[in-house]
Design a binder for this molecule. Structure first.
Ligand code: AMP
Ligand code: GLY
Length: 429
C-alpha cells in the first residue's frame, strides 16, 4: 500500500516512522515533510491546503491512503473533497469531514455539541457584537481568572486567560473588534477550571472507537510551566494520575457520548479525536476537542503502540475497527522538544544542525528541519523532538535530556524539566 502523509511536523515524522514498520507498506510520501521524513520516503513540495495539488500527487504516485496530520485541511474540507471526486473517492483518507472538523474549527460548535450530549465541560456563553452586554454581564457572574476564546482557528493563539475583570471586559471588546481577525468575531467566554490537564486520544471509524495511550503536554516555554504558550515543549505517556478509575470516567462520561453524538448527528468521522481534559478533583471536564493528533503528544503516544498502524488506519477507513487487536506497551515514553532560540517569538532559521546517533530506546523525530546538500538545517520554531521509551519514566526522561544536550545548533533551547512534575506526583502516592 502507498501512503501519503500530509504535514511537516514531528507528528507526521512519527506517523511515518511507525507506518514504515508495517510489512504491508509499499511506499511512503510526505507533503511537504521535513529532513527526517526524507529518510523514510519521498517529500513532495506541496501544501496540504492545496487540494488540487494533493489530488495530482495522489494520482501520480498511485496513493492508496492519505493521512491528514494538521487541522487546517480538515477544517477546509479535504475529506469531503475526496468523497466528492470520482477519481479520489476510493482512496482511504484518515480524518473527519468538514462538519466533524468543526469540533476544532469552532469553539461554539464544540461547546454546543458537549451540552447537547451531556459531556462535562465549563459553563460558557457565546458572544458576538450583537450581545456584547450579555457577555459583559456573564463575565461579572464568573470568578477570576476569566477565559476568553476566539471561536475560530487562531493557530493556538486565540485563548486568553485574564486575572482582572476590567481587563477581561476590555479584551472581549478588542477580540470582537478583530484582534484575532475573523476567528474572534465570535468569542466563547468560559468559567475557569482548576485542575491538572491531560490529553486523551481516540481513533474512531465513525461507529466504534479505540482509546490510545493518554499523554501530558508541556505547553509553556519556560521551566516550571512559565512564560509564553508554545505548540508544546515536550510530553510524557502514560500520565500517572490517569489511573483506571479516572480513565473509566473519561470513557463513560466523555468518549462514549462524543462518539455517539457524532453518530447521532450523522457526522462522517473517520479519524482522531484529541480530547483536552481537565481533571478537577478526580472528575474529567472537556476543555477542547482537536480533530487530529497532538504534537508533541504523537511522539509519545505512537511509540507506545505495538499494533501495526497501517492495519489500524485501514480498519478506521473501512469501518472495521473492532477487528483490530490493540496492544499498548506498558513502558513510559518521554519526548523533549528542541526549539530555535527566541521561539515562540522571533527566531532564526537555517542553522546547521548536528544530531547524535540515537541509542536503541530513543528516536529523534524531526519537526522544523530541512535537508540541503546533505546538511540538516533548522526550518522552524520547534525543530526536533527526542523520544525515549523505557520501563521507567525517570530513565526515559534522563535519556531524552542527555541526548537533547548533545544536539548542536546555534541558539538551541529545550526545557530540562519535562516529566519532573509527574515523577513528583508518582513519588507522593
Ligand atoms: P484551548 O486552546 O481551548 O486548549 O486552550 C488553551 C489552554 O488554555 C488550555 O490548554 C488550558 O491550559 C487553558 N484553558 C482553556 N480553557 C480553560 C478553562 N475553562 N479553564 C482553565 N484553563 C483553560
Ligand atoms: N500539543 C498540543 C496540540 O497539538 O494542540
Amino acid at each position: 500500500m502507498n501512503v501519503l502523509i500530509l504535514g511537516s511536523g514531528g507528528r507526521e515524522h512519527t506517523f511515518g516512522w511507525k507506518l514504515a514498520q508495517s510489512r504491508r507498506l509499499t511506499q511512503l510520501f510526505f507533503a511537504p515533510g521535513n529532513a527526517g521524513t526524507q529518510s523514510l520516503g519521498h517529500n513532495i513540495d506541496i501544501k496540504p491546503e492545496d487540494f488540487a495539488a494533493v489530488k495530482q500527487a495522489v494520482l501520480s504516485f498511485k496513493i492508496n491512503m492519505v493521512v491528514v496530520g494538521p487541522e487546517a485541511p480538515l477544517v477546509m474540507g479535504i475529506v469531503d473533497y475526496f468523497a466528492q471526486d470520482p477519481e479520489l473517492k476510493d482512496v482511504k483518507i484518515i480524518g473527519p469531514s468538514a462538519h466533524g472538523a468543526q469540533l476544532e474549527g469552532s469553539k461554539e460548535f464544540a461547546k454546543k455539541f458537549m451540552i447537547d450530549n451531556q459531556i462535562p465541560t465549563a459553563k460558557y456563553l457565546s458572544v458576538t457584537s450583537q450581545n456584547l452586554n450579555e457577555g459583559l454581564d456573564f463575565l461579572k457572574q464568573l470568578k477570576a481568572p476569566y477565559v476568553l476564546k476566539a471561536d475560530g482557528l487562531a493557530a493556538g493563539k486565540g485563548v486568553l486567560i485574564l486575572d482582572q475583570l476590567a481587563e477581561a471586559q476590555t479584551e472581549l471588546g478588542l477580540m470582537l473588534d478583530g484582534k484575532f481577525g475573523q476567528a474572534g468575531h465570535k468569542v466563547v467566554i468560559e468559567e475557569y477550571l482548576h485542575g491538572v490537564e491531560l490529553s486523551v486520544f481516540v481513533l474512531t471509524d465513525g461507529i466504534s472507537y479505540v482509546i490510545l495511550p493518554e499523554a501530558k503536554d508541556y505547553k509553556r516555554i519556560g521551566i516550571g510551566d512559565t512564560g509564553l504558550n508554545t505548540g508544546g515543549m515536550g510530553a510524557v505517556s502514560p500520565v500517572p494520575f490517569a489511573n483506571a478509575d479516572f480513565m473509566k470516567k473519561v470513557e463513560e462520561q466523555v468518549v462514549k457520548p462524543t462518539i455517539d453524538g457524532l453518530k447521532n448527528a450523522k457526522i462522517d468521522y473517520k479519524g482522531f479525536v484529541f480530547i483536552g481534559l481537565m481533571n478537577v478533583d478526580g472528575q474529567p471536564f472537556v476543555i477542547e476537542y482537536n480533530v487530529r493528533m497532538g504534537d508533541p503528544e504523537t511522539e509519545v503516544v505512537i511509540p507506545r503502540l505495538e499494533t501495526d498502524l497501517l492495519d489500524l488506519f485501514e480498519a478506521t477507513a473501512e469501518g472495521q475497527l473492532p477487528q483490530v487487536r490493540m496492544n499498548i506497551s506498558s513502558k513510559s515514553a518521554c519526548t523533549v522538544m528542541l526549539v530555535s532560540g527566541g521561539y515562540p517569538e522571533a527566531f532564526e532559521k537555517r542553522q546547521v544542525m548536528q544530531i547524535p546517533e540515537m541509542p536503541a530506546e530513543s528516536v529523534a523525530f524531526h519537526a522544523g528541519t530541512q535537508l540541503e546538500q546533505s546538511q540538516v538545517l533548522t526550518n522552524g520554531g520547534r525543530v526536533l523532538s527526542i523520544t525515549t521509551l523505557h520501563s521507567n519514566l525517570e530513565q526515559a526522561v534522563k535519556q531524552s535530556i542527555e541526548l537533547a544536550e548533545k544536539v548542536q545548533y546555534k541558539d538551541k533551547y529545550f526545557r530540562s524539566d519535562i516529566g519532573q512534575d509527574m515523577m513528583r506526583w508518582s513519588a507522593k502516592k
